[in-house]
Design a protein around this ligand. Structure first.
Ligand code: FES
Length: 565
């Protein structure tokens, strides 16, 4: 089989001519014929001035190139879409599938024998993994890595759990304009991804647990020399995989994804990871077993003391031994026979894990951060296809709660009324946000962290039960039910809730219920009218997105991108 620059010829109807042309153009870049005989290692270049989380990508690519060359391969970096959370309109999630398509087709179209994915900000690693899962080449992931933590007035802090906490304090009048301005320069003090257990860190740690990245990939801070050494070693490993003709399906399997899900529970990770791994599984031809995932959550306590579930930051997790040390703690729940891209199995990673005397960030099951796991899967008449709650970031007293619904019909309605002192709301009510799902918003924004209405915030209310078909940033906290499926815009029961209805959350029983009888719900359903089309929905990517996007329980992937198409 053709390899290196001889594979995947452009179609001219004359293979010899196609190769001749390719040689001409590779020489235009200053390469020699020797290039034709090397294993080619593709490296995704997701550097962008719009993506500070990827600010170290040029240095990482240089280190990966060095590793590839040391191992006798030829590195070829190529650009793909880059997505940053704060610079993506309407949402980064809206663009995730576009990045997955771009990554898949560029891997497929260009001549590489293995690929190193360099990504980091929340949607980039899942998009890249979705694309690479479909493309099928041997793949190694090099996350950009987390930022170092910041300091303010003697307090250690960082993006973005503290961004939310401090902004809430500002809304409540406890922090003035001058201080919030100062804080904006201290919450993200270095390049890299958010340094709490948000979505970026969650995905990076889970990917390390699948064996698709080298040990340390999930936690080494972005600006440490160790991350460059990891990048160089990843380049070396990519050449070995290419030479072996390794197939990616050896590494991304139901068993390795199961290991990642066990880690997700133990790190109190982001709810978004469930959506992303549902999409990755769909690309591989299987469905996440949500019952099994929930059962894991009942058995695996949160063991890592990181914000938003705990106290520390990613550099502290790394210093305590990182993912390998955590895997040792989780060994009874893992399939340690899974192979890793570094060679060997996960068992070898666990054996080599560093013991750090006196560390208190990675706990034992006997002394967890919280019992009962990070995430719970809910069912009930409000969420026929499921919903999620991050128990570890919730207020324990609210995990069993019944209250009156206060409904917001989309983000504009919420923005217009939430802070109105005339809003009829008390701390015991349940805030409901709908039309914020995959189709409804569109792009399923991270709006599930509904702010506490200003008049209640001023009165000292810190948390309420909040439910929606939206997502929530992995850095956020509160008693918040997310990803209700089907969403309101697709006619899910959330669309039928009215102000004043009673809603009951029972996280222990895994239920979210609308306490309205079936006959009344049927009457409301008969009267339900689908929302009007979004402006601009008739053409372009928005049209493709709205026609193809699946619900949260299926990973919000495009239907035509799943395996078997
Ligand atoms: Fe990029 Fe948080 S905004 S990881």
């Amino acid at each position: 089989m053709a390899s290196g620059l001889r594979k995947g010829l452009a179609t001219y109807g004359d293979a010899g001519f196609s190769l001749f042309l390719r040689r001409i153009f590779i020489k235009a870049a200053g390469y020699t014929d020797d290039a034709l005989d090397r294993p080619i290692i593709g490296i995704t270049d997701t550097g962008s001035d719009f993506n500070p989380c990827h600010g170290t990508v040029p240095d990482l690519i240089a280190a990966i190139r060095r590793g590839v060359l040391l191992a006798g391969g030829l590195p070829m970096a190529f650009p793909t879409i880059s997505i940053h959370e704060s610079f993506s309109h309407p949402t980064s999630m809206f663009l995730r599938n576009l990045m997955a398509l771009d990554t898949e087709e560029m891997i497929r179209a260009q001549q590489m024998d293995a690929v190193v994915l360099v990504g980091g900000c929340d949607k980039t690693l899942p998009a890249q993994l979705m694309g690479a899962a479909s493309a099928g080449l041997p793949t190694i992931v090099v996350p950009t890595g987390p930022m170092l933590a910041g300091q303010h007035q003697g307090e250690v802090l960082g993006a973005c759990t503290d961004c939310r906490r401090l902004w809430a304090a500002h809304r409540a009048g406890a922090i003035d304009e001058a201080e919030i301005d100062t804080l904006s320069g201290r919450l993200a003090p270095t390049k890299g991804t958010c340094m709490v257990m948000g979505t970026a860190s969650t995905l990076a740690c889970m990917i390390e647990a699948t064996g698709l990245a080298l040990p340390g990939a999930g936690t080494i801070p972005a600006v440490l020399a160790d991350r460059l050494r990891l990048a160089e070693a990843s380049g070396v490993a990519a050449v070995r995989l290419a030479r072996e003709g390794a197939v990616q399906s050896r590494f991304l399997t139901p068993a390795s994804v199961g290991n990642a899900l066990a880690v997700l529970q133990a790190i109190g990770g982001s709810t978004n990871a469930v959506v992303h791994f549902a999409a990755i599984a769909g690309r591989l031809g299987f469905k996440l077993d949500m019952e099994q995932f929930d059962a894991l959550g009942r058995e695996i306590p949160v063991l890592v003391d990181l914000k938003p579930s705990g106290q520390h930051y990613m550099q502290h997790f790394h210093d305590a031994g990182g993912v390998p040390r955590l895997l040792r703690e989780l060994a009874p729940f893992l399939d340690l026979s899974c192979p890793t891209v570094g060679g060997g199995t996960l068992a070898d990673v666990v054996t080599a894990a560093e013991e750090v005397a006196g560390q208190d960030v990675i706990r034992t099951s006997a002394r967890p951060i919280s019992t009962g796991g990070g995430l719970a899967v809910l069912a009930g008449n409000l969420a026929p296809n499921g919903a999620l709650i991050k128990r570890s970031a919730a207020t324990p007293a609210l995990l069993r709660h019944e209250g009156r619904a206060v409904v917001f019909d989309g983000l504009a309605d919420m923005a217009a009324r939430l802070d109105d002192d005339a809003l009829d709301v008390t701390a015991e009510d349940v805030l409901v946000l709908r039309h914020a799902g995959p189709k409804g918003a569109p792009g399923m924004p991270e709006a599930g962290y509904i702010p506490i209405p200003r008049k209640l915030a001023r009165a000292g209310v810190k948390d309420m039960v909040r439910i929606s078909d939206a997502r929530m940033s992995g850095t956020a906290f509160g008693t918040i039910v997310l990803h209700i499926a089907p969403e309101a815009a697709a006619g899910g029961p959330l669309a039928l809730v009215r102000n004043g209805d009673r809603i009951r959350l029972d996280a222990e029983a895994r239920r979210i219920e609308l306490l309205v009888d079936d006959a009344e719900l049927q009457r409301r359903r008969a009267a339900w009218v689908a929302p009007p089309p979004h402006p601009g929905a008739g053409r372009g990517y928005l049209r493709l997105y709205l026609e193809q996007v699946l619900q949260a329980d299926e990973g919000c992937d495009f239907a035509f991108c799943r395996a078997g198409g």
